[in-house]
Design a protein around this ligand. Structure first.
Ligand SMILES: [Zn+2]
Ligand SMILES: [Zn+2]
Length: 160
């Protein structure tokens, strides 16, 4: 899938033709991150995107914040338009996660209807009828992209 930031400076093709999972996250961190009601994360394998190409590394800035689990989250954004592009977690021991969160609004052709709504306890908008929804993080360990969820769990921890 093609990813393109708002100004078009940052462009890349996702490592796989479809995300492992898509989440609409209503936690307060995602609300601030997206500057909007909630954040959408499309979870992809890190391999094929990281290590970043020289071109992408030059176009992206990074802001790093601690996670509640003692690791760090690298939040990459377009230096030109400022939009968040991709997030990646580092564990407390420095190990980088093998999945990343690509910000959903940048993924062209993303299928939105199958996404799960998570951290709905913090939602400021109505959750549609009939969607998969979780008060906090999903409870099903068999879900695809489970490891990607760890990032979202970190996001949610500050929600209380
Ligand atoms: Zn841009
Ligand atoms: Zn979140």
């Amino acid at each position: 899938m093609e990813v393109r930031c708002q100004c078009g400076t940052v462009r890349f093709t996702t490592p796989t033709p479809a995300p492992l999972a898509v989440y609409h996250c209503h936690c307060t961190e995602c609300r601030k991150q997206s500057s909007s009601a909630y954040g959408t994360s499309a979870i992809f394998p890190a391999a094929g995107l990281f290590p970043l190409s020289a071109e992408l590394a030059a176009a992206l800035g990074v802001w790093t914040r601690p996670t509640d689990r003692g690791g760090e989250m690298d939040c990459y954004f377009c230096k030109s338009c400022g939009g968040r592009v991709v997030h990646r977690i580092r564990e407390p021991d420095g190990t980088e996660r093998d999945v990343v969160s690509v910000k959903g609004g940048l993924v062209e052709g993303l299928r939105w209807e199958g996404a799960a709504h998570i951290f709905t306890r913090s939602a400021v908008v109505e959750i549609p009828e009939g969607v998969e929804r979780w008060e906090a993080e999903p409870g099903d360990d068999s879900m695809p992209g489970r490891k990607g969820l760890e990032e979202l769990k970190g996001d949610g921890a500050t929600t209380g």
